[in-house]
Design a protein around this ligand. Sequence first.
Ligand SMILES: Nc1ncnc2c1ncn2[C@@H]1O[C@H](COP(=O)(O)OP(=O)(O)OP(=O)(O)O)[C@@H](O)[C@H]1O
Ligand SMILES: [Mg+2]
Length: 308
Amino acid sequence: MAVVRKTELPLPLLHRGKVREMYEVDSGTLLMVASDRISAFDCVLPQPIPRKGTVLTQISRHWFGETADIVHGHCLAAEPDRIVRLHSELEASREAWAGRGMLVERSEPFPVECVVRGYLAGSGWKEYREHGTLAGEPLPEGLREADELPEPRFTPATKAESGHDENISFARMRELLGLNTAEILREFSLAVYRFARAAARERGILIADTKFEFGTSLRSGEILLIDEVLTPDSSRFWPAETWEPGRTQPSLDKQPVRDYLEGLVGDGGWDRNPPAPDLPDDVVRATTERYLDAYRRLTGRELPDYDS
Ligand SMILES: Nc1ncnc2c1ncn2[C@@H]1O[C@H](COP(=O)(O)OP(=O)(O)OP(=O)(O)O)[C@@H](O)[C@H]1O
Ligand SMILES: [Mg+2]
């Protein structure tokens, strides 16, 4: 199975992120392609993780289908035969994107990341520990790291040009987008999160938090759920069976990489600054297995082999 560090499709490249490439197919349509790159501790690692890109794209596709009743998504197709039926000119480059590529409706993204948190982790836990609040709003006293919140909270952020996103208050989001739009995006975000959280929990996965993006369709003007949805890269997924508040939880997907890198840091073999060190083969293999397991658990199916 081909492992893909970077795609070079014969289409205009609009954006290359840490993990994904965005290509223009026509004025209203994009091809979003997830590579097998993996990042940890804010560094992209030298070794790609076979099948990771396909897992990401196909998990997103699963959720776009499941949540279409709540909000329309930008996904037009993620199944290679369907993509080629819609855009036959993509047949020639099929091998490079099959499985990892999603054809999407182009939109004008809103400049706010719509984060929903159901559990205390990451920057949410840090804010609570320091100030007793989450996105500036008080929370009950005595919560531990990884505790479930009484109710999911919407904690928006703005995209920083470099480095970490900046958390903002809902009041600030209203100033940026207008009252109506801000409230609509908050309601969509909470509704999709609640739905997915319940579905994932039945399959042994806790969705601690996640980030959504929305945009205005260039074709219809409708608000769409865009980008990737409820993937391991946009969310914190925890295995339900090892959940234990009071400590940092193991990650469903990246834990082998984290453990290896933490070990190196502990032994003085890496200082957490780029460039990141090489990953041994067994760590790469174990990580692929985790991604495949995430796909299997969330969808109840094996990941199809799109190469054949
Ligand atoms: N349907 C869409 N129409 C237009 N732009 C979109 C659509 N879906 C997603 N995008 C945009 O495509 C970009 C994808 O970027 P990507 O997430 O790969 O990298 P990044 O956000 O720059 O950095 P990082 O790798 O840290 O996430 C985002 O800016 C997102 O808003
Ligand atoms: Mg992004």
